[in-house]
Design a protein around this ligand. Structure first.
Ligand code: PLP
Length: 431
């Protein structure tokens, strides 16, 4: 029996069912965009551990900095005694985020960053309402899960949820909520927000609008530029904070350091995680100083938040992002990938839509192009076929019918092309 199979038996016996797995394999080592399993099989990685390893697996600089920090001290807790990497990272984050975002707090996961952003927004505004969107994903803790859209599997069996959260349709242009086409629609779907202030909760009672600049788990849904810009304006005009959740889109992934820069928007608060920690658990909220300073002393934080190992890894990851110009690499990945995706769309009827920004590219699979019936079953089969042929890849989408690509930004061009060839072979088989 293979080592993986033995470990799977143990996993089934001792690990809870609800913790999902994409590949039924166990990793032994990983370098840049290649993962090797315990049985010696090699996989091209188009997932980056879900948008984390932007600078590639086992990056030498990150490894070196972490080793150095391990020799000095590991955990002391920033609330007990302070340490330099936390403060240096807060300074660095202020330098690389859009102007006006100055102060940070650090936590461990994306969901925790979202929780904290909502707490900060409520403390600052003294208001309760939060506007979120269909297809959104903001995490699995209670407020984050409430903000998350998809019921199955993220919310099933976990109710009741948090109060004062209003969910509105989002500009998912391939499946337009008002059945129009962009740009002729005049982004009429924004009226949902204005109407919500009349029919659901008054703007005087609304603390924040939270959105991902590109909806990630929801299916890599890329809203038009003017849609997000107008949304930001509506927030400002109504004294409602605008929170950009950059957990999946940040740190070069979409061709800019932060996705929101593609939209030329400055949010009031921004959440970061995933690639932020360079492979170590770390998240943060950054915002305008007066907003970030609203909670009482002791009101935000946590034992492990911004632990020193993660902070030095994050500083190294930012150094790599800047020195290796990873955002530009993301644009090159977009060019190669989207050219292939356009070909796939011409050749295979199962491909309903292709979309992407930087190294965040997706294919939406449908049973028929006219009615756009989601093709969930074959999406799963294509993903399994890719894994069997040496390509690790993820699905997304509220209907589970989107294949998403999140390769390390450092992936070698020939490895990227090899991966795209495997993906094409799988699509062709199930077309
Ligand atoms: C946009 C966004 N926000 C929040 C989260 C939650 O992050 P975590 O899984 O680290 O809690 C995710 C995770 O996929 C995400 O994509």
């Amino acid at each position: 029996m293979s080592v993986s199979k033995e470990l799977i038996k143990m996993r089934e016996k001792y690990v809870a069912r609800g913790v999902f797995n994409t590949a039924l394999q166990f990793v032994s080592r990983a370098k840049n965009a290649i993962i090797e399993d315990v049985d010696g099989n090699k996989l091209i990685d188009f997932t980056s551990g879900i948008a984390v390893q932007n600078s590639g697996h086992s990056n030498d600089l990150i490894t070196q900095r972490v080793k150095e920090q391990l020799e000095k001290y590991t955990h002391v807790c920033f609330h007990v005694i302070m340490y330099e990497p936390y403060v240096m990272l807060a300074k660095k984050l202020a330098e690389i985020t859009p102007e006006g975002l100055e102060k940070s707090m650090f936590a461990n996961s994306g969901a925790e960053a979202v929780e904290n952003a909502i707490k900060i927004a409520r403390a600052y505004t003294g208001k309760r309402g939060i506007i979120t969107f269909e297809n959104a994903f903001h995490g699995r803790t209670f407020m984050a899960m409430t903000l998350t859209s998809s019921i199955q599997p993220y919310k099933k069996g976990f109710s009741p949820f948090m109060s004062d959260v209003i969910r509105l349709p989002f500009a998912y242009c391939y499946r337009c909520p008002i059945k129009k086409s962009y740009p002729e629609c005049g982004i009429e779907c924004l009226e949902f927000i204005e109407r919500a202030f009349v029919t659901y909760i008054s703007a005087d009672d609304t603390a924040a609008i939270i959105t991902e600049p590109i909806q990630g788990e929801g299916g890599f849904i890329i809203p038009p530029k003017d849609y997000l810009q107008e949304m930001r304006k509506i927030a400002e005009e109504n004294n409602v904070l605008f929170i950009a959740d950059e957990v999946q889109t940040g740190f070069g992934r979409t061709g800019k350091t932060f996705c929101i820069e593609n939209y030329e928007i400055i949010p009031d608060l921004m959440t970061v995680a995933k690639a932020f920690g360079g492979g170590f658990p770390l998240s943060g909220v950054i915002g305008k100083s007066e907003i970030m300073d609203a909670p009482e002393i002791g009101g935000i934080g946590g034992t492990y938040g911004g632990n020193p190992i993660s902070c030095v890894a994050a500083l190294a990851a930012i150094e790599i992002l800047q020195e290796k110009r990873l955002a530009d690499r993301a644009r090159q990945i977009e060019k190669i990938t989207m050219e292939r995706f356009e070909e796939f769309k011409e050749k295979y009827v199962i491909v309903g839509d292709v979309r992407g920004m930087g190294a965040m590219n997706a294919i939406e699979l449908v049973k028929d192009r006219e009615r756009k019936t989601p093709e969930k079953v074959k999406t799963g089969e294509i993903i399994r076929e890719c894994i069997n042929n040496g390509l690790l890849i993820l699905k997304a989408g509220i209907y589970g019918n989107v294949i998403r690509l999140l390769p390390p930004l450092t992936i070698e061009e020939e490895i990227l092309i090899q991966g795209l060839d495997i993906l094409e072979g799988a699509i062709k088989k199930f077309n």
